[in-house]
Design a protein around this ligand. Structure first.
Ligand SMILES: Nc1ncnc2c1ncn2[C@@H]1O[C@H](COP(=O)(O)OP(=O)(O)O)[C@@H](O)[C@H]1O
Ligand SMILES: O=C(O)C1=C[C@@H](OP(=O)(O)O)[C@@H](O)[C@H](O)C1
Ligand SMILES: [Mg+2]
Length: 172
């Protein structure tokens, strides 16, 4: 069954866009982070705090594979790091998978994340200056993995609706 996968850096809009896309194309949306939180009955912050990032990455891969193997058509919103660990990028190449990279500039990401960092353990404690540098370096490191996606949509200066319609166009 078809899986539409949205990937990209924290704050690029995976969760927001997937939610809206789901309503338009009438395919259910599952947010990988939310699924992990439901399964563990624990927040992403608490998982990082109690068990560390490596434990989270194992869990993330397990739950991602579980979703890919589900018999339903699904839109899956990944976490920002999902394609960058444990060879998960290979899972983006399956026959029934359509993967879309939501590509945002450092500036867009900074503007969105500056007020939305408390639930993101990798940046929660960073000052504005630290964040800018962190995002720039981290995005550079991760871009190799994001660019493995089959499709790319630039999200800078677009409304949620415009980005959703770009994806609808790709899926047509
Ligand atoms: N044009 C836009 N497209 C997507 N998100 C936007 C846009 N403008 C503002 N935002 C905000 O940016 C944030 C994106 O966060 P989120 O959807 O959680 O991203 P991700 O899941 O990729 O980390 C949300 O707070 C959303 O409301
Ligand atoms: O980039 C990352 O490594 C992470 C991104 C987060 O998801 P969002 O991209 O939805 O914020 C979440 O999975 C976790 O905090 C780690
Ligand atoms: Mg998200």
């Amino acid at each position: 069954m078809k899986k539409i996968i949205l990937l990209g850096y924290m704050g690029c809009g995976k969760s927001t866009i997937a939610n809206k896309l789901s309503k338009i194309i009438e395919i259910p949306f599952v947010d990988l982070d939310k699924k992990i939180e439901e399964k563990t009955n624990s927040s992403i912050n608490a998982i990082f705090e109690k068990h560390g990032e490596i434990y989270f990455r194992k869990l993330e891969r397990e739950v991602f594979i579980e979703l890919l193997n589900s018999p339903d058509n699904l839109i899956i919103g990944l976490g920002g790091g999902t394609p960058c660990y444990a060879n998960n990028q290979e899972l983006l190449k399956g026959d029934n998978v359509v993967s879309v990279y939501l590509k945002a500039s450092i500036e867009t990401l900074f503007n969105r994340l500056a007020h939305n960092k408390s639930k993101r353990p990798l940046i929660a404690d960073k000052s504005d200056d630290e964040m800018k540098e962190f995002i720039a370096k981290h995005l550079f490191d991760r871009s190799f993995y994001y660019n493995q996606a089959q499709h790319k949509v630039i999200v800078d200066d677009k409304t949620i609706e415009q980005t959703v319609m770009d994806i609808v166009g790709i899926l047509a």
